[in-house]
Design a protein around this ligand. Structure first.
Ligand SMILES: [Zn+2]
Length: 140
């Protein structure tokens, strides 16, 4: 039995040798597939539902095609382009989660776009934005 699994494993390794495999763009396409499937499940209009089904199918086909692709240079360039767009978005999400998790501070967004942090429970304070210097009164 062990031998069987060993052979299965080495067969898989041979199959994947020199191929792109699953990169971050691959995971993103898979997530897109699941999202489109879930969205399609909620839609009552048959034509629209079919459209979502087709798009989700296209996403999974593209994902699989990229996994088995042998043109590593092109696939890596695609993945890099994807990451350049994705990382700033991910940072926004991570920062928002960190602000929510921080119960000790209140976060105030300034008109210049900067986030200002004030300790909670100190009453009314005057806050000066460290980026643009704008002052405002904040209730903590
Ligand atoms: Zn500011």
């Amino acid at each position: 039995m062990n031998n069987f699994f060993y052979r299965l494993q080495s067969a898989a390794a041979r199959l994947m040798y020199g191929r792109n495999g699953v990169d971050q763009l691959g995971w993103a396409l898979l997530a897109l597939y699941l999202l489109l499937r879930a969205a399609g499940g909620l839609i009552r209009v048959p034509a629209l539902r079919a459209g979502f089904g087709l798009l989700s199918f296209a996403a999974v086909v593209l994902a699989l095609w990229r996994v088995f692709s042998r043109d590593l240079a092109k696939r890596r360039a695609e993945n890099a382009r994807f990451l350049r767009r994705w990382y700033p978005v991910r940072t926004l999400f991570r920062d928002a989660r960190a602000r929510r998790a921080d119960r000790a501070h209140k976060y105030v967004k300034c008109s210049c776009g900067a986030w200002c942090r004030v300790p909670r429970g100190v009453g009314k304070v005057e806050l000066m934005c460290p980026r643009c210097g704008e002052k405002r009164i904040v209730k903590t």
